[in-house]
Write a protein that binds this ligand. Sequence first.
Ligand SMILES: [Zn+2]
Length: 142
Amino acid sequence: MPSKLLDALLLAMPLSPTLESWRQHLKTQLPYPVQGAQTLFIGEPTLAIVSFQHDRAEVLLPAMEWRHHDIHTAKPRSQGGVDEQSGSLAQLLALVDETMALRLKSFHECGSCGKRCAPELLGSLQGEPVCRDCIKGRRVLF
Ligand SMILES: [Zn+2]
């Protein structure tokens, strides 16, 4: 029961009112879908990850490590954190913005339909990046 486990963890280590208000802001005020509880996954596909710890919020860049041409594992990279004592929500939002911009830069254009996709959603066809939709739909000209 992952959700019960998560609830238990949240009860065991409640966030401070400051961090909780930052978390609520991210959950409700961003123009992106946000999933998660103590760790928030912002965007679909995920553009930035915010992990709430007992006195700080850490922002991570979603990054993938390729193990095989079609298999990847998530290896998020820390972009820094904001302490609740010395930091502010504005700093956290700026860091989230920066991280999302960095993530969007890693997106590539599909060689077939031109849509910009997360690298992990692109396959390769004759050395050209092509999105999953195009590969699946075989809308690719050979
Ligand atoms: Zn495409």
